[in-house]
Design a protein around this ligand. Structure first.
Ligand SMILES: Nc1nc2c(ncn2[C@@H]2O[C@H](COP(=O)(O)OP(=O)(O)OP(=O)(O)O)[C@@H](O)[C@H]2O)c(=O)[nH]1
Ligand SMILES: [Mg+2]
Ligand SMILES: [Zn+2]
Length: 365
């Protein structure tokens, strides 16, 4: 599905002992890397005695479900977890400019002697896919969810107003992170404004993206969403108020408010948490629920390659006079000619220019 191959991941990067919770820095300690570890990273991994998946975060702990627990049939959305800290040295198979740990990661951990249910993360396994954004606070790539097959981008057709710009960013992030996108247009019971109707047809018919029209009030489209989530790990993304929690409740009868309460119980002191949480679906599969993200800055895309993610531009850019062409100011630009003729939607082109500018600004910083 993704057309461009990302840079290969470097192996076993030694990480400092930065305790980062969902991209937010909680505590940082410097560590002395033992010379022994530098010589032999495999030896370090021998300290681990459990493999598990990160399912959530609570205060300074990462919650990890042991592999056997994770893989067993689930009658409840949540299973027993180990409360893990990141201490000493952690090795990772992932690039060192992205979050060390994210919900959905497979990790190797060591039990803490005499403290049942406690663990220390020793190693983070290579992510097969990830949904990420540029962290607003730092120069780091914030991994929202790791090892997910599908991302459900929930947008309300109205209330709050539908933002094409945000959806365009979502779709690009999915492609860069090698995650299949599904767009959920929720709240259709409120009536679909004509411009949103038009946009739905564009994404579904022209771009060929899987699209669900839903209402948690009338039940329309709920079955479609439920079946698209079954059997895979998905992540649920959307701005606050679009109806993510209502959707999960309508699909699976799971009330996510209880999850928030569970997470809040652990919140102490100044530590803030991102409450992303993985839970098991009754029909098989996992869903990672994320808090409402209004900002979605893209990461790891050069401004010059942005146009390649706008697939409605595909038929045109080979005919641009200058290569590479940014399709912004160059003469004899086939993309801009297509916009003028109406063959490319002006909304999409505006979206392209705005994202192009923001990527340039990010580069300058
Ligand atoms: N009319 C209508 N209202 C809906 C629908 N789905 C959700 N809502 C309402 O929209 C509001 C927000 O829903 P939530 O499920 O809390 O939204 P959310 O995306 O989880 O928001 P955050 O948790 O803040 O990220 C609530 O008042 C819901 O009752 C729908 O299909 N139709
Ligand atoms: Mg919610
Ligand atoms: Zn051009």
């Amino acid at each position: 599905m993704p057309r461009f191959h990302r840079k290969p991941h470097r192996k076993s990067i030694l990480r400092r002992d930065a305790v980062r919770i969902g991209g937010e820095e909680v505590e940082e300690r410097s560590i002395a890397l033992s010379t022994e570890l530098k010589k032999d990273p495999a030896k370090h991994r021998e300290k681990a005695d459990i493999v598990g998946r990160i399912v959530g975060v609570a205060s300074a702990f990462w919650l990890v479900e042991e592999e056997s627990v994770y893989g067993a049939p689930h009658s409840e959305p949540f299973a027993a977890t180990h409360e893990c800290i990141v201490g000493g040295v952690v090795t990772s198979d992932n690039p060192d400019d992205e979050s060390l740990l994210a919900v959905g990661d497979w990790v190797e951990l060591a039990r803490v002697p005499d403290e049942p249910g406690k663990g220390v993360v020793v190693h983070v396994r290579q992510r097969t896919s990830r949904l990420f954004r540029q962290s607003p606070a730092e120069r780091q790539v914030h991994v929202i969810a790791a090892n997910v097959e599908r991302a459900f981008f929930v947008h309300a057709v109205t209330q709050p107003y539908f933002s094409r710009r945000l959806l365009d960013r979502h779709l690009i992030a999915a492609e860069v992170g090698e995650v299949e996108p599904v767009i959920v247009f929720n709240k259709v019971d409120l009536g679909i404004p004509p411009d949103v109707e038009h946009a739905i047809a564009f994404y579904r018919d022209r771009l060929g993206i899987r699209t669900c029209l839903t209402s948690t009030v009338t039940g329309e489209g709920i079955e479609q969403v439920r079946s698209a989530m079954e059997g895979v790990t998905s992540v649920l993304v959307g701005a606050s108020g679009v109806g993510k929690s209502a959707l999960v409740n309508a699909c699976f009868g799971i009330n996510l408010q209880t999850v928030r309460t569970i997470s809040r119980k652990y919140q102490r002191g100044r530590h803030t948490t991102t409450n992303a949480r993985l839970f098991h679906l009754p029909g098989g599969g996992q869903l990672i629920d994320t808090p409402g993200l209004r900002e979605f800055a893209l990461a790891r895309i050069e401004p010059e390659e942005l146009a390649f993610y706008f697939h409605d531009f595909d038929p045109y850019y080979p005919d641009c006079k200058y290569l590479p062409c940014t399709h912004t100011h160059e003469p004899d630009c086939a993309v801009r000619a297509a916009v003028d003729r109406g063959d490319i939607e002006s909304e999409r082109y505006e979206s392209y220019v705005l994202i192009f500018e923001s990527l340039n600004e990010q580069e300058e910083r």
